[in-house]
Design a protein around this ligand. Sequence first.
Ligand code: G6Q
Length: 533
Amino acid sequence: MTIYTDLVAHAEMMKTKHMRDLFAADPNRFQKFHVTFGEFLLDYSKNHITDETMTLLQRLAHESGLAQARQDMFEGKRINTTENRPVLHIALRNRDNHPIYVDGHDVMPEINMVLDKMHVFSDDVRQGKWIGATGKTITHVVNIGIGGSDLGPAMAMNALAFYKTKDIQFHFVSNVDGTDIVETLKKCPADRTLFIISSKTFTTQETLTNAQTARAWLVAQLGEEAVSRHFVAVSTNIEAVRAFGINPENMFVFWDFVGGRYSMWSAIGLSLMIGIGYDNFIDMLTGAYEMDQHFLTAPFDKNMPVLMGLIGLWYTTYLGAESYAVLPYDQYLNRLPAYLQQLDMESNGKSVQKSGMPISYHTGPILFGEPGTNGQHSFYQLIHQGTHLIPIDFIAPIHSLNETGDHHPILLANVVAQAEALMRGKTAEEVRDEGTPESLIPFKIFQGNHPSNMLLFDKMTPRVFGSLIALYEHKIFVQGVIWKVNSFDQFGVELGKQLAKTVLKEIKDYSQNLNHDSSTNALIQKIREKRHP
Ligand code: G6Q
């Protein structure tokens, strides 16, 4: 028997259990299945698990070489094998500043230099020392980037909005749909606007198209010489930045050992640092560092990212769940599900092992979510009474930064009650006892047995936020290791981009022959007819 066959057999047995009975049988269930770290409490007792499940899952982690893989990442080994790169977002928040070597070269001095440069620049913008071409201070910052160069800072800016300066408005433009940049520019006075062009490669079609439009808009109003006061770049590609017309002195670098979706800790966070200030940004890095240390040192049975990773893959690989919901009961985290969609699905949405062998089991789940309580009035119906197994992460602060009347107790009551309702359900007898007519009883039964994690923390601070995001990064890492995939490449986004180049030529140029399938040909033809009648 291998660990896999043991887990498959155990899963069959667990499918016959109801969590209601597991709780009834063991008054210590919460005591056994919760863990704390810093301000966080993770209650994972409302899951389809027993002591045996957790023992088997931890054996799986050990036999999958998780400890070694974790060490390899922290030591700068080239674990992104398909791109032959180390994976060192952890170096960006290495607050004890110990050397981290890549090919014998310590990366920390460069990381610290960029942080210092960001510090000076963000202070200058915040304090009105960085002035625009006509001598005015900056009141609008527009981050132009997409994917990893957008979602992180945009999500973090919302999450930490409480700490944001009120003197500057922040905008994030990502979509190549002209509406995004045009509607944003309508809100911005050219002489008081700073554009941060964020692109690791500086070749991304959407970002460069938006950046060119912004540049033309600015030049039309303030002239060519204004560009250096109103455009800065965050990138790894100095030549392309120079070619765009941004002075390399106004460029903030990062490195190819920082993956796009893991880059909010780098200079990609420049807009965020301007928003919340250097000290808060450092607190965020400290929170992430603390979670890194926890992940690195805590035994697997007390290790939050390991436990969350194992429980998640238990559902995906062994119990047949296809999706997974992240439901933050915190308005500040309203963009977290969108951020995690990229982090999780781009990292572990793979069907080939690191070795090149095809995979025969399910890997990364379909992630979705909305803040509570909004989601309760929409898709929770399906979670409660639909036919799918959907594991959930509930996330909630015990105190609000905006305690107002009964708002927060109501919010907390809802998140706790949802987890309880999903777990216990409501039996036919309970429905009948409420006086429900017999004909309606089947519709009012809740099967229950719907699993969830509950992650509570005291209140949203930069430090807590940093820990929270690092927790998810490491959870995804754990799963990637056990699924044997490379969590750090994303070749799946390439094909569509490549085909779009051909289609673009054909949409713009009538004379091009169309050699696609009949559907694609007809769609292009229709667009041509309508756009060039
Ligand atoms: C993330 C991906 C992707 C990337 C964007 C933007 O891990 O690599 O989302 O961040 O495609 O790329 P650039 O930063 O190079 O413009």
